[in-house]
Design a protein around this ligand. Structure first.
Ligand code: URA
Length: 435
């Protein structure tokens, strides 16, 4: 077998066998396939959709191009993946809650991508904490704390690492087949018993229409199930941030408030309950998602999830007293400035992508790979959809490193909020489930 023969078959519109796909994935990992050949492969995938069998074969082959973990733990090994949004810090609350319920969550997570924030960047706003840890420590922390949120190592699906870099520069990211294989190869390499996918739709998500979100959710669920990992997806709303904050340390503060205040009201806890409830249902620990959600909210309210979070933070190099002293431990920005409402009325729309991009520009995300992130900048006190607002009242508070950066953000954000005279219809937290 060789790359040219496989690429010729793709050019003629033919379908590939699992053996050919496996050969190509191995070649990506071992450099037997050149960048030019990887680019041609990715473009062929974009131009001509694959069968479900081919997508499953690509997922398994990319997963098996690196280390696949197996576990011997006294509970199911579960995970959740979100397709990305703004102010989406659910993983930081969900992982310790699931750990407190006796499940294990070895969560391989990502950094900020485009206008969306990354769980790893958020967690690393905790002083001393590093998410770049080796496999032995990943295993030990998962076993001891019940959860660990870490970066993919060089041994995790190396074929995807190589192909993703090529896709990034050949305009071939937007293929459902490649997106599914990329996301799932890394997730399934963690040796999961079940996976729940949070497919976000709305102004702050990559998927702006319900049709696109359903297509992606169905493809992800079918592929994961076909690859042997019981999975389902929830299609959830991303027309407003999951917490009234966007920015790394500012989102951690919202999570810490939820973990320590004993009150489980609000969007973050609703969504965490739904996703965790679905994980418990898939694992056979709850009969319905709603029953599972109750269990999740109970361990958040009781402080059991906070205790797990504290264990994970300290094992990953963060302060041992973080859960008690988080207000003192997280940095704050030098300049604070409000975004005033242009007129009185009700907040009826938020352009989530604009919010996310404004935070990237403030230094809370990367303009180029390798950029340093400022964990303290971002937005807080963001008004919720449907909130009544007075003219001039703050719709959000900007946290910036300089007056100039704050002014620029205020200018951009003056166009990100729509205030209307009538009370708007509010979106549900979960639109529907798939699988
Ligand atoms: N995230 C990934 O890991 N891969 C993709 O292709 C898209 C988003």
């Amino acid at each position: 077998m060789d790359a040219r023969a496989i690429l010729s078959r793709l050019r003629r519109g033919e379908h590939l066998t699992p053996a050919e796909i496996g050969w190509f994935a191995d070649g990506l990992a071992s450099d037997a396939v050149s960048d030019a050949q990887a680019g041609a492969f990715a473009m062929a995938m974009c131009l001509s959709p694959r069968t479900e069998e081919e997508r499953i074969a690509l997922t398994l082959a990319m997963r098996d191009s690196g280390t696949v973990l197996d576990w011997d733990l006294p509970g199911p090994v579960l995970d959740k993946h979100s397709t990305g949004g703004v102010g989406d810090c659910v993983s930081l609350l969900l992982a310790p809650a699931m750990a407190a319920l006796g499940t294990f969550v070895p969560m391989v997570s990502g950094r900020g991508l485009g206008h969306t924030g990354g769980t790893l960047d958020k967690l690393e706003s905790i002083p001393g904490l590093s998410t770049e840890i080796d496999e032995d420590r990943f295993r030990a922390i998962t076993a001891e704390a019940g959860c660990a949120i870490v970066a993919a190592s060089e041994h995790t699906a190396p074929a995807d690492r190589r192909l993703y870099a090529v896709r990034d520069v050949t305009s071939t990211v937007e293929s459902i087949d490649l997106i599914c294989a990329s996301i799932l190869s890394k997730k399934l390499a963690a040796g999961l018993d079940a996976l729940v996918l949070d497919v976000k739709v709305g102004s702050g998500a990559f998927m702006k229409t319900m049709e696109d979100a359903v297509d992606l959710a169905e493809a992800l669920v079918d592929t994961a199930n076909g690859a042997g990992c019981p999975s389902s997806a929830l299609i959830t709303d991303m027309n407003q941030p999951c917490v009234p904050a966007v920015g790394n340390a500012l989102e951690v503060m919202e999570v810490m408030e939820a973990l320590t205040c004993g009150d489980t009201g609000g969007l973050l806890c609703d969504l965490t309950g739904d996703l965790g409830g679905e994980m418990l249902r898939l694992a056979g620990m709850a009969d319905t998602r709603a029953e599972g959600a109750e269990m999740v909210l109970q361990v958040i309210a009781s402080g059991a999830a906070a205790e797990r979070f504290g264990r994970m933070v300290s094992a990953m190099g963060g302060p041992g007293d973080f859960v008690d002293r988080w207000r003192d431990r997280l940095g704050s920005a030098r300049v604070i400035q409000a975004v005033p409402a242009p007129e009185a009325g009700y907040l009826s729309a938020i352009d989530g992508e604009m919010l996310g991009n404004a935070v990237v520009r403030l230094g809370g995300g990367r303009m180029r790979s390798g950029d340093r992130i400022d964990p303290s900048v971002g937005l807080s006190d963001i008004a919720l959809l449907g909130d009544p607002v007075d003219a001039g009242a703050p719709l959000a508070i900007i946290h910036a490193d300089s007056d100039k950066a704050a002014e620029h953000a205020a200018d951009v954000l003056s166009r990100a909020f729509t205030v209307s005279p009538d009370v708007p219809d509010l979106p549900p937290t979960v639109y529907r489930s798939v699988g």
